[in-house]
Design a binder for this molecule. Structure first.
Ligand SMILES: C[S@@+](CC[C@H](N)C(=O)[O-])C[C@H]1O[C@@H](n2cnc3c(N)ncnc32)[C@H](O)[C@@H]1O
Length: 306
C-alpha cells in the first residue's frame, strides 16, 4: 500500500485550541490517518508528555510507525478506537481524546480500497481490509430487505427498496465485484436526479458506514473516551455527516442514556451529563476554498466534569 497519498488535516488550529495541549499531558488521537493533527499535538508536548495513536487502517499505522515509531513519547496501536479503553496505555487516564471521523484522502483516492465510484476498483470499502466482510461479500448474501434498510438508514436514500431489488436481481446472474459495476447499476436503476451528485453517492455512503459499523464504533469509542478521560479532560470530535454528528451531540448531552422515546427531549430526572458541551465550530471560508474535503465538517468540543 503506497503511503504517497496525502491528507490535509481539517481545522488543525481549532483542534489544537480545543485540546488545550499541555506539555506533560496524555492525549489520544483515535484516527491517525496521515498524522496531520498528531504532528501538531506532538509539537506541543514536552519530554514527559504522551501521545497515543490508533487507526483501524493498517496503512495509516504503517505511516505512524514510519513517522513517529522512534519517538519515546508516542505509543501506536492498530485497532478501532472502539477498543481504546481496553488498551492498557489509556489506563493512566487521558487529558484529551480526538476523533477525526470518516475517511482519509488516501483511502478515498486509492481505487484499490473500493470506496470510490469515480474510479473503478474492487468493491471492498473496509477501513481494515484484514477484518470483517467486504461490501461485495455482504451484498452477495444479504437479504433484500436488509440491503434496503442499510441504504435507507445510513444513506437516507429514498429509493432504497428499488436499488436493493436491482442488486438482488443482478447478483442472481453475476455477483457485483467492482465499484464501477455498482455505480452503473444504481445509475441505471434510479437515474440522475440531483445536479452535481452522482446517483450512487448515498448508496456508497450507506455501504461504507455499514461495512465498517461506523456508528456502532463511534458510540463505543465515545463511551471508552469518557471512561478514560480525567476530570477536566477534553473530548474533541470532527464529524462529516449528520448521522455521525447526531451521535456525538447526543452523547455529549447525555441523551444516549435516555429511553428512545425521549431522545429528542430534555432529560427527565436524569443526572446531568458527565460532559459539559463547550463549543461547536465549522471550517472558515479560507479553509473551505483551499480544502474542499472540509466542506461538511463539524467540530464539537466537550469537557469531562469533575
Ligand atoms: C479523516 S481521517 C483522519 C485524518 C487525520 N486526522 C490526519 O490529519 O491525517 C480518518 C481516519 O480514521 C480512521 N478511522 C475511521 N474510523 C475508525 C475507528 N473506528 N477506529 C480507528 N480508526 C478509524 C480511518 O481509517 C482514517 O485513517
Amino acid at each position: 500500500m503506497p503511503n504517497t497519498f496525502s491528507h490535509v488535516p481539517v481545522m488543525p488550529a481549532e483542534v489544537l485550541e480545543a485540546l488545550q495541549v499541555h506539555p506533560d499531558g496524555v492525549y489520544l488521537d483515535g484516527t491517525f490517518g496521515r498524522g496531520g493533527h498528531a504532528r501538531e499535538v506532538l509539537a506541543k508536548l514536552g519530554a514527559n508528555g504522551r501521545l497515543l495513536l490508533m487507526d483501524r487502517d493498517p496503512s495509516a499505522i504503517a505511516q505512524a510507525r514510519d513517522l513517529f515509531g522512534t519517538d519515546a513519547r508516542v505509543r501506536i496501536r492498530h485497532a478501532s478506537f472502539a477498543e481504546l479503553a481496553d488498551w492498557p496505555e489509556t489506563a493512566q487516564g487521558l487529558d484529551g481524546v480526538f476523533f477525526d471521523l470518516g475517511m482519509s484522502s488516501p483511502q478515498i483516492d486509492d481505487p484499490a480500497r473500493g470506496f470510490s465510484f469515480q474510479a473503478d476498483g474492487p468493491l471492498d470499502m473496509r477501513m481494515d481490509p484484514g477484518s470483517g466482510s467486504s461490501a461485495a461479500e455482504w451484498l452477495a448474501a444479504a437479504p433484500e430487505a436488509a440491503i434496503a434498510d442499510v441504504l435507507w438508514r445510513y444513506g437516507e436514500e429514498r429509493l432504497s427498496r428499488r436499488i436493493a431489488k436491482a442488486i438482488v436481481g443482478q447478483r442472481a446472474e453475476r455477483p457485483l465485484r467492482s465499484t464501477a459495476e455498482l455505480a452503473a447499476l444504481v445509475a441505471r436503476t434510479i437515474g440522475y436526479r440531483e445536479r452535481h451528485k452522482h446517483p450512487a453517492t448515498r448508496t456508497f455512503q450507506a455501504l461504507r458506514i455499514h461495512v465498517n459499523d461506523e456508528l456502532g464504533a463511534l458510540e463505543t469509542g465515545l463511551q471508552g473516551a469518557l471512561a478514560r478521560l480525567k476530570p477536566g479532560g477534553r473530548l474533541v470530535v470532527i464529524s462529516f455527516h449528520s448521522l455521525e454528528d447526531r451521535v456525538v451531540k447526543r452523547f455529549i448531552r447525555g441523551q444516549d442514556v435516555q429511553p428512545a422515546s425521549r431522545r429528542n427531549l430534555p432529560p427527565l430526572d436524569a443526572p446531568p451529563s458527565p460532559l459539559a458541551a463547550l463549543d461547536k465550530r465549522f471550517p472558515g471560508d479560507a479553509e473551505l476554498a483551499s480544502n474542499p474535503r472540509a466542506r461538511s465538517a463539524v467540530l464539537r468540543v466537550a469537557e469531562k466534569r469533575s
